[in-house]
Design a protein around this ligand. Structure first.
Ligand SMILES: O=C(O)CCC(=O)C(=O)O
Ligand SMILES: [Fe+2]
Length: 311
């Protein structure tokens, strides 16, 4: 294992929003990663989601494949995804289940749910968790707007989060380390695609962060688990809005020989939102590094690349 990276801790319950926004700004500039505590999602609910997730992934593969991934929701088996699409590895040693927006995108997202006979409380618990974490995500993104000296509802007003395109991904990393000489990652090195990710992990280590993605050799540090805290990381859209002032940091999950569960809530933008450099983040001497992009196009391109070897 590597050295630990001591990440900043942000308290969402602090009444001093200005000071919280300023701590978030520093964390986003320095790391693109931080812990969020006192976020209001009860430990019991987190525990219930881990329990239900474990029950789902313990089902026989044929049962899970009945809910196989369609339109980016549902189950994807081991090796289906390669988060580092620049390598030709056989894929990541993890299985996942994605739940997409519960409302607002009914015409093209059809969530799939395990049958009530198999897992009676599953859908109810997942929907409750999804809704609670999305509302934490909204509180957090309003603070991120303030951290950029913008109105706190900036991202709603520009049509990014007016209809959040949020995906809840349950992850299961099996205990085995792989059966070949090739290095197999639990999740290979990647940055997240959207705006911000709220990650809950169990106490099993494995998550690592590389702060300087453009420097070689890459230096990887372990991220410590803090009970009950979310690990927050920014995605590519924040890097584009801020012209790389805020980091979309590279991370990965190493297999440790121990079974591991986590769940990530990706707060992505409304696919029609055009993401472009904020005026306050560019000057004549520091022009925009990225052209404007439609959020949905970026997302589709990244998702297609990650699943290309299996589909
Ligand atoms: O499982 C983890 O701790 C991280 C997962 C992750 O980075 C992802 O799904 O994008
Ligand atoms: Fe990630």
């Amino acid at each position: 294992m590597a050295e630990y990276l001591e990440l900043p801790v942000i308290d969402l319950s602090s009444p001093d929003r200005i000071s919280t926004a300023s701590s978030i700004r520093q964390a986003c500039i320095d790391y693109g990663f931080f812990y969020l505590i006192n976020h209001g999602v009860e430990e019991q609910l987190l525990q219930n989601v881990f329990d239900e997730s474990r029950k789902f992934f313990s089902l026989p593969l044929e049962e899970k494949m009945k809910l196989g991934r369609k339109g980016n929701v549902g189950f994807a088996p081991i090796y289906a995804e390669n988060l580092n699409s620049s390598t030709s590895s056989k894929g990541d040693l993890k299985e996942t289940f994605h739940i997409g927006p519960l409302e607002g995108y009914e015409s093209h997202i059809k969530n799939q749910w395990p049958s009530k006979e198999l897992l009676p409380s599953w859908r109810f618990i997942m929907e409750e968790y999804y809704q609670k974490v999305v509302s934490v995500g909204k509180r957090l993104t309003s603070l991120i707007a303030m951290a950029l000296n913008l109105e706190d509802d900036f991202f709603e007003k520009v049509g990014a989060l007016d209809k959040p395109y949020a995906f809840l991904r349950l992850l299961h990393y099996p205990g085995e380390v792989g059966d070949s000489d090739e290095v197999v990652y639990g999740a290979s090195a990647h940055s997240d695609y959207g705006m911000v990710t709220l990650l809950a992990t169990d106490a099993v280590p494995g998550l690592q962060v590389c702060r300087e993605k453009h420097k070689q050799p890459r230096i990887w540090k372990d991220v410590r688990h803090i009970k009950g805290a979310f690990i927050i990381n920014l995605g590519d859209m924040m890097e584009r809005w801020t012209n790389c002032l805020f980091r979309s940091t590279l991370h990965r999950v190493m297999p440790t020989g121990k079974e591991r569960y986590s769940m990530a809530l990706f707060m992505d933008h409304n696919p029609d939102c055009i993401v472009e450099c904020l005026k306050s983040c560019c000057t004549d001497s520091s022009p925009p590094r990225f052209p404007p992009i439609r959020s949905g196009d970026h997302l589709r391109e990244r998702i297609n690349a990650a699943y290309s070897s299996s589909s």
